[in-house]
Design a protein around this ligand. Structure first.
Ligand code: GLA
Length: 396
């Protein structure tokens, strides 16, 4: 009897410890916001093996991978049906060699492979969801070599969101392969209040549209409106758990270059996951310059993991700040209006607010040059629908 009890207790402690180790292993997967490419914004469900391989090649040849965009994620539209044993089968017309072969190809390029499913019975495209098959699907994904799972919320009926995402998280833990878990519940049940230990990132809002401030009939919206909805969520983000204002629209054709520059800058100020959503096989030099701006990316990927806050909102002119490691600061001046804004920045306010001491050099992250120091005021003109992004760098 005693021996059975000891055995039972040892087993129980072992299980708790290994669950803790697994949780830690998963947590460490996204200490900075995940970066990559996702098929949805540009291709919708029209995806196939050839396209994905070409995108993988382009992620390498354009320098995207080396700039940090490592996750290549296939969104909705890859599934076909379940076989008699319940295994999920990819659409054989689109993916004739199956997902394992494709994952191997993606891995051979030094990239990581991501896939999409849904917590409900069906995906948003009406294809099989994972409801009732969570453990089986997690095992399948692990077997294919999946490194990232985006998990959607269509056809969830009366399911409880937290329980549904926890179930898949546990299934992923059990499958044993480290997989970034991207919760795509659109902010419906305030996932920032419950998802910290469940997923690495959670969508805060409805689907982004390729526009400045449009709204469509089912709730999709332009990026400036999504930006507004991030205010107040700052304290929920940090290393291993991020607010996700949705994937990037940069380069998809609906906005001007300065609008895309502003969109990208503000996503980096938010410490948002950076999932490019354009056809990177055909990027113009100007779009490349935006997505590959390493100084701006460094603000997003800063190891302190702080989400930027809105400091000032004077009608169409906003000032945002993001604390960075080493006591530095990123500052974005956003002009949402249609006429230029002449701004004068006096640095005392910033230095006091963020308890910064001494003199800082001011770096313009789009011009790639130093434009002054905090001992003098800075005068700048912010063009309409554009941004000026600065970094206060410790003068040594
Ligand atoms: C939802 C998600 C999108 C995309 C589509 C796919 O709308 O929010 O990001 O994954 O489903 O059908």
């Amino acid at each position: 009897m005693k021996r059975t009890l000891v055995l039972f207790l040892t087993l129980a402690v072992g299980l708790v410890l290994s669950a803790g180790l697994m949780a830690q292993k998963f947590k460490n997967l996204a200490l900075t916001p995940p970066m990559g490419w996702n098929s949805w914004n540009c291709f919708g469900p029209n995806i196939n093996e050839e396209l994905i391989k070409e995108i993988a090649d382009a992620m390498v040849s354009t320098g995207m991978r080396d700039a940090g965009y490592v996750y290549l994620v296939i969104d909705d539209g890859w599934q076909w049906k379940r076989d008699e044993e319940g295994n999920i089968i990819p659409n054989p017309k689109k993916f004739p060699h199956g997902m394992k072969a494709l994952a191997d190809y993606v891995h051979s390029k030094g990239l990581k492979f991501g896939i999409y499913s849904d917590a409900g019975r069906k995906t948003c495209q009406g294809l099989p969801g994972s409801r009732g098959y969570e453990y089986q699907d997690a095992r399948t994904y692990a077997g294919w070599g999946v490194d990232y799972l985006k998990y959607d919320w269509c056809y969830h009926g009366k399911q409880n969101a937290e329980a549904s995402y926890k179930l898949m998280r546990d299934a992923l833990y059990r499958a044993g392969r480290p997989i970034v878990f991207s919760i795509c519940e659109w902010g419906t049940t305030k996932p920032w209040t419950w998802a910290k230990d469940i997923g690495h990132l959670w969508r805060t809002t409805e689907d982004i549209q390729d526009c400045w401030d449009c709204v469509n009939e089912w709730g999709g919206m332009g990026w400036t409106l999504i930006l507004d909805k991030q205010v107040g969520l700052e304290s929920y983000a940090g290393p291993g758990h991020w607010n996700d204002p949705d994937m990037l629209e940069v380069g998809n054709g609906g906005m001007t270059l300065n609008e895309y520059r502003a969109h990208f800058s503000m996503w980096c100020m938010l410490a948002a996951p950076l999932m490019a959503g354009n056809d990177i096989r055909k990027m113009t030099a100007e779009i490349k310059e935006i997505l590959l701006n390493r100084e701006v990316i460094a603000v997003d990927q800063d190891p302190l993991g702080r989400q930027g806050i809105k400091l000032t909102d004077i009608g169409d002119y906003e000032i945002w700040a993001k604390e960075l490691a080493g006591g530095e600061l990123a500052v974005a001046l956003l002009n949402r209006g249609t006429v230029p804004v002449n701004a004068v920045l006096r640095w005392g306010y910033f230095l006091r607010k963020f308890k910064m001491r001494g003199v800082y050099k001011i770096r313009d992250l789009w011009k790639h040059k130093f434009v002054g120091t905090t001992s003098r005021k800075l005068k700048v003109k912010v063009p309409p629908h554009d941004v000026i992004m600065l970094r206060l760098v410790k003068a040594r």
